[in-house]
Write a protein that binds this ligand. Structure first.
Ligand code: A2P
Length: 307
C-alpha cells in the first residue's frame, strides 16, 4: 500500500495521488473513477484552472468510494486572489463535496480578473493582466480564514521559491503553509529547495513527476537501466525516486493500465537513488513547465534559479 506523510497539523497525505492537469473532460471522469475504485488511489489533485473539476467530481461520485476516505486537493487561480472563498465555493460545488483536504495558492501571483486574458493568460499582452501591487499576505489571510472555518483541512502553496516564502508569506503567516507543490522530477530535482522545505516542516509535492507529456525522462539511460535491472517500468522508477525522497508524487494519466502502473513504485536502494539524484548535475537539468507569462518577468527571477 502507498505510504503517507504527516502535514504540520498532523493530517496524513497519501504519497501517490492522481494528477488531473491536461485530463480532458470526457475522459477524466473514467480515469478518476477507475483510479479510486479499481486501482486503489485515495488522493486526487485538482485545480479550478484545469477546467475539469465538474467531471473530476462526477468521477469521484461514480467511484462509490466514501468521501472521507479520499484526499482531495484544489487550487486558487490568480484571478481569484481577492475572492478566495468565492472560488473555493465554486470548486466545492463542482467537485461535489463540502470540504477540501488541501487548498493551494496555484501560483504566487495575482492576476486582474478583468485583464486581457482573465482566465488563463497564455500571452499577457499588457501589464494590467498582472496585479503587481497585490501583496500575497492578503491572499494568505483568506486561506487562513477558510481553514479556520473548516472549509479546507489544510492549506499550502504551489510554485513558490524559498525567497517568495521567506519574503512574502512566512513573516506574516499565522498558520504556515503546510505544502509546496512544485515541478519535481530527476531532471529538475530542486534539491536545495526540497531540503529547506523539509527543514520548515513543509511537505513537498511533485507535479509532472514523470516529466509531463512525451517525457525524455522515461527514456533516460540511467532510469531505463535501473528499471531493467529491477524488472519494472521507468515510470515505477521515477515514482519510486519521489516516494523514496519523502515527497508526494502526482502522476497524471487517463489510461487505466498506466493509472494502475503508477500506483506501484520501485523500492530503490541508496546507490540507485544517488545515481538518479545526480542526473541534473550531470548536465540534464531541465525545467519543463514554465509559467506562461514568464516573458514579462514578474519578479520570477529567483524562481528560475536552478539548484
Ligand atoms: P496518459 O494520460 O495518456 O497516460 P506527468 O504526470 O509527469 O505530467 O506525466 C504525464 C504524461 O505521461 C501524460 O502524457 C501521460 O499520458 C503519460 N504517462 C502517465 N503515466 C505513464 C506511464 N506509466 N508510462 C508512460 N507514460 C505515462
Amino acid at each position: 500500500s502507498v505510504p503517507t506523510l504527516k502535514l504540520a497539523n498532523g493530517k496524513e497525505i497519501p504519497q501517490i495521488g492522481l494528477g488531473t492537469w491536461q485530463s480532458q473532460p470526457g475522459e477524466v471522469e473514467k480515469a478518476v473513477s477507475y483510479a479510486l475504485k479499481d486501482a486503489g488511489y485515495r488522493h486526487i489533485d485538482c485545480a479550478f484552472a484545469y477546467g475539469n473539476e465538474k467531471e473530476v467530481g462526477d468521477g469521484i461520485k461514480q467511484s462509490g468510494v466514501p468521501r472521507e476516505e479520499i484526499f482531495i486537493t484544489s487550487k486558487i487561480w490568480g484571478t481569484w486572489h481577492n475572492r478566495v472563498e468565492e472560488q473555493l465555493k465554486i470548486t466545492l460545488e463542482r467537485l461535489g463535496t463540502d470540504y477540501l483536504d488541501l487548498l493551494l495558492v496555484h501560483w504566487p501571483i495575482a492576476m486582474n480578473p478583468e485583464g486581457n486574458h482573465p482566465f488563463f493568460p497564455m500571452l499577457p499582452t499588457g501589464k494590467r493582466d498582472i496585479l503587481y501591487d497585490w501583496e500575497l499576505r492578503k491572499t494568505w489571510e483568506q486561506f487562513e480564514a477558510v481553514y479556520e472555518k473548516g472549509l479546507v483541512k489544510a492549506i499550502g502553496v504551489s510554485n513558490c521559491s524559498q525567497l517568495k516564502l521567506e519574503e512574502e508569506i512566512l513573516p506574516f503567516a499565522k498558520i504556515k503553509p503546510m505544502v509546496n507543490q512544485l515541478e519535481i522530477h530527476p531532471y529538475n530535482p530542486q534539491h536545495n529547495l526540497v531540503k529547506w522545505l523539509k527543514s520548515q516542516d513543509i511537505v513537498v509535492e511533485a507535479f509532472s513527476p514523470l516529466g509531463s507529456t512525451d517525457a525524455p525522462l522515461l527514456k533516460d539511460d540511467v532510469i531505463t537501466e535501473i528499471a531493467n535491472k529491477l524488472g519494472v517500468s521507468p515510470a515505477e522508477v521515477l515514482i519510486g525516486w519521489g516516494v523514496g525522497n519523502g515527497i508526494v508524487v502526482l502522476p497524471k494519466s487517463v489510461n487505466p493500465d498506466r493509472i494502475s502502473s503508477n500506483f506501484r513504485f520501485a523500492k530503490l536502494d541508496s546507490s540507485d537513488m544517488e545515481k538518479i539524484n545526480g542526473l541534473a548535475a550531470a548536465g540534464k537539468q531541465k525545467r519543463l513547465i514554465k509559467p506562461p507569462w514568464s516573458m514579462v518577468k514578474l519578479g520570477f527571477e529567483d524562481w528560475f534559479q536552478v539548484d
